[in-house]
Design a protein around this ligand. Structure first.
Ligand SMILES: [Zn+2]
Ligand SMILES: [Zn+2]
Ligand SMILES: [Zn+2]
Length: 85
């Protein structure tokens, strides 16, 4: 596999299961949700105005997010820019 970041990540439960943490706090809106596989932060996707999932990576360097959309199980590594099954 092209990415080694997933190894050993806890894949924690979402901190804010109902939506993007920053958008919930600010009253913002999101399109899709992504969950950080390091800390469980839930942020919105790059199609959302806030782009908080990417902002979370840039602030924390937590490398891998997973889709928080129902029925979607894929993950994405920001460092390697690779989709993970
Ligand atoms: Zn990686
Ligand atoms: Zn957001
Ligand atoms: Zn995180």
């Amino acid at each position: 596999m092209a990415c080694d970041h997933l190894r050993g990540l806890p894949d924690p439960a979402p901190l804010t299961p109902g939506g993007c943490q920053e958008c919930l706090a600010s009253g913002g809106r999101w399109v899709h949700l992504r969950r950080c596989r390091t800390c469980g932060h839930v942020g919105c996707c790059d199609s959302s105005p806030g782009r908080h999932a990417t902002a979370h990576f840039q602030a924390t360097r937590h490398p891998v997010i997973r889709s928080h959309q129902p029925g979607e199980t894929w993950s994405w590594c920001y460092v390697d820019e690779v989709m993970l099954g």
